[in-house]
Structures are given as C-alpha cells and as structure tokens.
Write a protein of this length. Structure first.
Length: 533
C-alpha cells in the first residue's frame, strides 16, 4: 500500500522518546507508516498520495480533550449565549434581544450563566421576568448543574416545589414554599426541559455536524465523552455510515442512581461496541455536583453549611455499581469535585479492583486532600482535570466557588503539579459546554493559572502550574494513557494512529500568553485532513 498522506519539510514534535523530532511523516491505512526524514518516507509515495508541504507547520500528535459532552453540549448551546453577562442588567439586555428575535410566544433559552450576578438577589426567575415580557424562559448556568426558569415557565411545567427525586436534585423554594425558579441537578431541570418543544432529529444532527467542524478547527482529533447510552452508539454508527464522523470518541454508558442493578447488568454486553473512530467500554458515574450550587461533597461543610451530601443518596449503591462494571472489564469514570467525593470514588475503585491493563479515572478533582493525593498513583487511578474551570475564579477570592469553599480549601484547588509529582496520570480537558473547548485555552490555563493574555490578572495557586511539555502531554500522551491506549495514540511513531495537529508555532515553545491566538493550520484524523486553514 502507498500512503494516503505525506507531510514533508515540517517541524514534527513526535513525543516518541526513541525519535523526538522528525521532518516528514507518512500515513497509510489510518496509521503512521513512516516518520523521520525525506529518505524514510520516500518509499511510501504513490500516484494517489496527497503531498503537503509542511514548511510552515509545527506538528504535534493529535490533541484529545479528556472530558467532553459533545452531543448534550451541541444541543445545550442553542439559544442565547449568556457567557458575556456579568451583571443582571447585562442579562436582561441579552434576554430582551432574544425575546425580540424568537417572538412573544416562543421559549427564550439561554446558556452559560455565572453565579456571581445573583449573589445579592439569590437565583430567582423573577429577576429577569420583565426582560422576557413575562413569558417562558429557561436559562442554564455554565456548570450544567443548575438552571433557572421564569415564573411563567415554572407555572407552565406545573412545578410545585414539593417534588421528590431519586438523587439529590432540588426545586429550590422560598420561605413560603413557592419555587424561586432555581433548579439544581438534572432531575429537577428535566421538569422544565420536557415542557420545551423538542427539536427534530434532523435539527439535532445538523447541530452535531456544525459543532464537530468547530472542534476540528481548533486542532481536536479526539474526545473522551462523558455521557452516553446505547442510543448514542447507534447515532455514531449512523454518522460513520454517512462519512460524517471526523473525530475520535470514547463514549461511556452513563449510570444514574435510579438505575437498578439488573438494568446495569443488561448494559454489560455493550462493553465492546465500537466503530472505526469510536468505542465504548467505559461506565460513567456522578458522586457529587459542584461547589457553586452547594452540591459538591466535602469532608467538611462549605461556608454556608452545605456540600455535605453525595449525588447517590446511598454511596454503598454507587460502590456496588462500580463493582458490577469493573468486574465486567469496564473502565469506570466518576465525576468527583469535592474532597469527600474523591475519597469515595477512590474507595470504590480500591474495593472493586480493575481489569488488567485498565485504569479507572476520576473527573474534575477540584479539591483534593493531602491524605488522598498519593492514592491515585498507588491505585493506578487516572486524574482527568480541567484547569480552565478556574476561569470562574476571581484572583481576590470574591467568586462564588471561593466564597463557598473558603480560603483553606481554595489553596487545595486543582492540584495538577502535586498529582504529576506523585506519579499519577494527569489528562486534561475542558468539560465543554461548561468551559470553552479550545485546547489552546486549556494549555494556557494549565501553564499560567490565569487566563492567557491577561497579564494583569493575579494567578491561582501558581505553584501548581505545568510546563509547556506537561500541558501538551495532558492533551496527548496522558490522554492516551488514561484510557490505556498509549500503544495506539498520543505520539507520532510507526504503527500509531495517523492523528496530528499542526500549528504555526510549536505550542510547547510558544509563549503561553500567545497560545490563544496561535493559528491552527491543519488537523488530521485517521489520515484524513478534517481541517485546513
């Protein structure tokens, strides 16, 4: 076979210790077939080979985001973008414009709200009711764990405030027992969501394709998805059959507290479901929520006396669910933000064990105790973290996360350097739609502990900053290690996947403040060019 693609005259950082640098690479049948100098790839050339002159390209292994919500995120980011709203007046102005755009009888949907604007009023739907002309409105916060609905939407959905849920979801009520509009966690949010008209399958499919083009355009070649079901696998089969899937995906089966153990066992045959660019083999759990809404699970309560309960009302059921999937050869991934949640997940993994060659993993790890830090490396548990979540922090500690967590716990936030020093696997990602999916933003945050380009901003626990090599590894070699695919991806070497990302300048050597504007020139997945600037 001759190569489908050869790139010549580039500067290639391979991340292969045996051959750290190269100038030429050939990809055949979706795999790297030759890499090195012109002499090394010459025999791969054929009449059908696409030849790219890489004289202006700085190539690295394809970037993988290790925590992503592709399909939910593509749907949840429809409507008004509220990420720029800093005050209630900002919010009202955006919502008024959206009301005018969609019409008087339609739902106003928005996403990306921050908590800080509600610190004085509390999260209430009546604070923006006038802006939507008293009509139906449903707004999601940036974290995905909280939403707020207008009074009209609460009434339309017949929400009373007396609803009881199988997890720790809550319809927040005032002193009189009336719903304020705040909805914590998915079960409560679903009360309003199911009252909103459903988009057609064709609309959803179009959103997915549009989003995928954007992910490829910032250099992403792979995603570790964090919510999935057998229906998701069928969608991925359809996308591959149509030639529409342009990014690798590892997609778990999301397990809910209300699922019976028998239902969980019925999912076990899906462990080996896969296509050319996607696979299953992972079970995903939530054991807590987020600090900002008081739903994280902490060893000690937050400053408001909250963050004291797990997402699964009975943690023993969570631990048994982990055992069921671990014994069936699944990797287990657990959302654990608070230090008690992290401890519970580590305990579950230690009790359940792991199949040979696999690593269980914990997502987020925003607060980590000294006692539990060394357990990651000792147990072989991978850490999947998102330093750019600190974008919600204020340097002075006035943000909602820091106000709730307190000064001492803020010093334990996002301990990336400590985890690497302990010998743990550290993979990086965005948690999109919670945070921007651009890996350049993520690498800048990992290196700077502040926003890239904001040189006047204070840093957050700067002693936890990563080097350029470590930040890139979080999106490449470590992203492969955490899913036990270090023999397939994360580096450019013969026999490895033909996935690569090409920048105008090497992202390791680039000033981290300049990463956000570093041009992405080329993205290749499985030997196919999926983005070309």
């Amino acid at each position: 076979m001759t190569a489908e693609l050869i790139i010549e005259n580039a500067r290639i950082r391979t991340l292969d210790p045996a051959q750290p640098w190269a100038t030429h690479v050939a990809i055949t049948g979706g795999l790297v077939s030759a890499i090195g100098t012109a002499d090394d790839v010459r025999s791969e050339m054929g009449s059908q080979t696409r030849l790219i002159d890489g004289k202006d390209l700085a190539i690295v292994p394809g970037l993988t985001d290790s925590h992503f919500h592709p399909f939910w995120g593509a749907e949840a980011t429809q409507g008004a973008d509220l990420t720029k709203a800093q005050t209630l007046d900002d919010l009202r102005a955006i919502l008024a414009a959206e009301r005018k755009r969609v019409g008087s009888d339609a739902w106003v949907i928005g996403w990306g709200l921050t908590f800080e604007m509600f610190q004085k009023t509390g999260i209430r739907g009546d604070t923006f009711a006038d802006a939507v002309d008293g009509g139906l409105a449903y707004l999601r916060f940036f974290d995905g764990h909280t939403a707020v609905a207008s009074p009209a939407a609460i009434a339309f959905a017949d929400i009373t405030g007396r609803e009881v849920f199988p997890d720790f979801a809550t319809v927040v009520v005032d002193e009189q027992g009336a719903p304020t509009g705040e909805l914590r966690e998915g079960s409560a949010q679903a009360l309003v969501q199911r009252a909103i008209p459903e988009p057609t399958d064709a609309m959803r499919y179009g959103w997915y394709l549009e989003a995928m083009r954007k992910w490829n355009a910032v250099g992403l070649t792979g995603l570790h998805c964090m919510d999935g079901s057998p229906e998701t696998y069928q969608l991925l089969r359809t996308m591959e059959e149509r030639g529409d899937l342009s990014i690798r995906m590892i997609v778990p089966l999301w397990q809910q507290p209300e699922f019976s153990f028998d239902f969980m066992r019925e999912q076990l045959p899906h462990r080996d479901d896969r296509g050319q660019l996607w696979r299953g083999g992972v079970a995903k759990f939530f054991i807590d929520g987020v600090v900002e809404s008081g739903t994280a699970w902490l060893i000690e309560p937050d400053t408001k006396g909250m963050c004291t309960h797990p997402f699964w009302p009975d943690p023993a059921r969570y631990q048994e669910a982990v055992r069921i999937f671990a014994e069936a050869g699944f990797q287990c991934a657990t959302h654990a933000v608070g230090d008690m949640a992290v401890r519970c997940a580590l305990d579950a993994y230690e009790q359940a064990g792991v199949a040979d060659g696999l690593h269980h993993r914990i997502e987020h790890i925003e607060i980590l105790s000294d006692e539990d830090l060394p357990r990651f490396a000792r147990l072989g548990v991978g850490a999947s973290m998102q330093p750019l979540h600190m974008n919600a922090f204020d340097a002075d500690g006035a943000d909602e996360w820091s106000t709730r967590a307190g000064r001492a716990r803020r010093k334990q936030a996002f301990r990336t350097r400590d985890l690497i020093a302990s010998g743990a696997i550290l993979a990086l990602g965005s948690d999109w739609m919670v945070a921007p999916f651009d890996p350049r933003i993520g690498m800048a945050w990992a290196r700077l502990r502040r926003p890239g380009g904001a040189t006047g901003n204070g840093t957050i626990n700067i002693e936890q900053a990563l080097t350029g090599d470590e930040a890139l590894a979080g999106y490449t070699t470590e992203a492969a290690r955490i899913v036990s695919e270090e023999h397939l991806g994360g580096r450019l070497a013969v026999g490895y996947r033909g996935d690569l990302t090409a920048f105008a300048t090497d992202p390791v050597e680039c000033d981290p403040d300049a990463l956000l504007t570093l041009p992405v020139k080329l993205t290749v997945v499985n030997g196919c060019v999926v983005h070309e600037a």
